[in-house]
Structure formats: structure tokens, C-alpha cells
Design a protein around this ligand. Structure first.
Ligand code: PMV
Length: 314
């Protein structure tokens, strides 16, 4: 039984809406950067005696519908109806709850397909990871990757843009306390799709993908950061203008964004991005890292990440 490791990724152009929730097809393409600190290790073994899948997450028996969805897909694909034991551990080097579905489903896609004797290429693995969690499609790859929206299971895949990187990038997590009521990403995106500007956000996102690809090709960290920040802030504005409006931001989130903008305006490369929660990640480089940390360390625990690798056997 082989063990597989996958790392989390941060979206620079966000996935925020589905055109098909059964197959997890997104309304837009997205771009992510796989990081090097937070990962999931998973092993999967077929067990002839089981009457259903057995899933242990961090030492606890867990029921997870998305895991079942991935396993059922693989059983249908192979015609092998047997059930599996899944052992999965999230490796999170800090106290904060940073466990990620992206690393989890990228690892599961590879470990489970290997358990069924399949040797799939990364593109195929990304489609299977996507069934569990859209953002997981990008964690199959190291460095920068793009997930193409597509229109069906096979056309909605991720691929590598650049790995390894030929320039220096750091992503600084400022881990504040997650005291606000949680709205899952699936719930959040469903609500956001009712925002009056949703269609505009989607078409703008396509343009931002093109600009981001150019910025990555030019190793232009400032452009990468500016586009990512704009895309993320507009995503959160959708939430605040949805018919059932909601907001992941806390006062701390707003303070960190303001402090990051102040840093940029005074000549430090620092750009904020925020996913489906209150925590801010700041995009910077090694040269500017200490200034960023010095300014933001009072807002929460700091975790510095670099570009990380794609999914692999360990
Ligand atoms: O993959 P999901 O269903 O957890 O959704 C991820 C949503 C965001 O993290 C906010 C954006 C993204 O593209 O990762």
C-alpha cells in the first residue's frame, strides 16, 4: 500500500461558483500556487471484507460524502465494486485550523486510483480530485497551475503553468482566530452567484487569467500580486451583495488588508488574498518578507510558505 502526499494551494484567481454541483464544474477557470508547508498524507487499500468504505481522518473514523463520491467514481470507472480503507492525516504545523480539502482530495485521487491499479496521468488525476473539491484539481500540480472550467468531466481539468518557479515568491499566512460562523465554500459560492455583479465578475475573471498568465511568464511579482488582490477582493464583494448577503471578513481581516495596502503604498511588495474564511494571506518575496512580518505579526500567528511540489508517492 503506497502513501501519497499532496500540499495545499492558494488561488490567485479564485474559483467561486459552480455551473454543475454534481460534477463540480466551475463557472470560471482559476489559477493556484501550490505551497510547501501544509500537506495531507493518505493511503488507500482495498479490503475484500468491507461492506462500505472505511475512512480514518487524523485518527478518527469519519463519514464524508465527498470521499464517497470520489470512491464511487473510481468503482464505476474500473468496474471493481470492492470497498477500501482510507487513512488520511493532515499535517498542519500550527495550532490554527488550516486543514484543507485541496490537499486532501489531491492525495485521495492519487492514492485511491493507485489502489484500484490505475496509473493515471496528472490531468486525469486532477479531474478525479476535482470531484471531491474543486480547488484540489490544482494541488495535483506543483508551483503555478491552472484549472480550466471546461463543460464536462473530462474537459474540466488542471494543468501546470510553471513548476519549478524561476523567481522568488513567498506567501505569508496571518492566522487569526476563526470565531465567526462558518459558511462552507460550496454554500458561500452558491449564495454569491445571486449577486448582481456575478456575471461581470466571471467575465472579468477570464481577462484576469490572461493577465496573470502573462505576469507569471514575465516573473512579474508585482502584477501577480495586484491581479490576485483585485480578484479576491471582488470575490468577497460578491458575498456582501448576494441576495442572502454574508461576509467572511472580520475586523481583523479588514485591518490586515489595510495594513497590507499601506505597505504596498510605501514601497513594499505585499498583496492580500483571502479564501472562504477570515484569514489573510500576503503575497510577497524573500526580500520584502521581513518587513511584511514585522508589520503584520501583531494581527495573528505567522506562517511563511514558498512554492511547493505536486502530489507524489512518499
Ligand atoms: O475547493 P473548494 O470547494 O473548497 O472551494 C475553494 C474556494 C476558494 O478557496 C475560496 C477559492 C479557490 O479557488 O481555492
Amino acid at each position: 500500500m503506497s502513501k501519497v502526499r499532496a500540499y495545499t494551494n492558494i488561488a490567485l484567481i479564485k474559483y467561486w461558483g459552480k455551473s454543475d454541483s454534481l460534477w463540480n464544474l466551475p463557472t470560471t477557470g482559476s489559477i493556484g500556487l501550490t505551497l510547501d508547508q501544509l500537506y495531507t498524507e493518505t493511503s488507500v487499500k482495498i479490503n475484500d471484507d468491507l461492506k462500505q468504505d472505511y475512512f480514518m481522518l487524523n485518527g478518527q473514523k469519519t463519514q464524508n460524502l465527498k470521499v464517497m463520491k470520489v470512491m464511487n467514481f473510481l468503482r464505476n470507472l474500473t468496474g471493481d465494486r470492492r470497498f477500501v480503507e482510507i487513512f488520511s492525516e493532515n499535517h498542519v504545523p500550527t495550532a490554527a485550523g488550516l486543514a484543507s480539502s485541496a490537499s486532501g482530495f489531491a492525495a485521495l485521487a492519487m492514492a485511491a486510483s493507485q489502489a484500484f491499479g490505475l496509473s493515471l496521468d496528472r490531468k486525469e488525476l486532477s479531474t478525479i480530485a476535482r470531484l471531491g473539491s474543486g480547488s484540489a484539481s490544482r494541488s495535483v500540480f506543483g508551483g503555478f497551475s491552472i484549472w480550466h472550467a471546461g463543460h464536462d468531466h473530462d474537459s474540466s481539468f488542471a494543468e501546470s503553468i510553471l513548476d519549478p518557479l524561476n523567481f522568488d515568491i513567498r506567501v505569508i499566512d496571518i492566522l487569526a482566530d476563526e470565531s465567526t460562523k462558518k459558511i462552507s465554500s460550496s454554500q458561500g459560492m452558491q449564495l454569491a452567484q445571486s449577486a448582481p455583479n456575478y456575471a461581470a465578475w466571471c467575465s472579468n475573471s477570464q481577462k484576469q487569467i490572461d493577465d496573470m498568465l502573462t505576469a507569471i511568464a514575465n516573473s512579474d511579482l508585482e502584477k501577480i500580486g495586484l491581479i490576485a488582490e483585485k480578484n479576491a477582493l471582488a470575490m468577497h464583494e460578491l458575498n456582501r451583495t448576494a441576495i442572502q448577503a454574508f461576509d467572511y471578513f472580520t475586523q481583523n481581516t479588514r485591518d490586515i488588508i489595510a495594513a497590507t495596502k499601506k505597505l504596498y503604498n510605501s514601497g513594499t511588495l505585499a498583496f492580500a488574498t483571502i479564501d472562504a474564511g477570515p484569514n489573510v494571506k500576503v503575497i510577497t518575496n524573500s526580500e520584502n518578507q521581513s518587513t511584511v512580518i514585522e508589520t503584520l505579526k501583531n494581527y495573528g500567528e505567522i506562517l511563511v510558505q514558498k512554492a511547493g511540489p505536486g502530489v507524489t508517492n512518499v
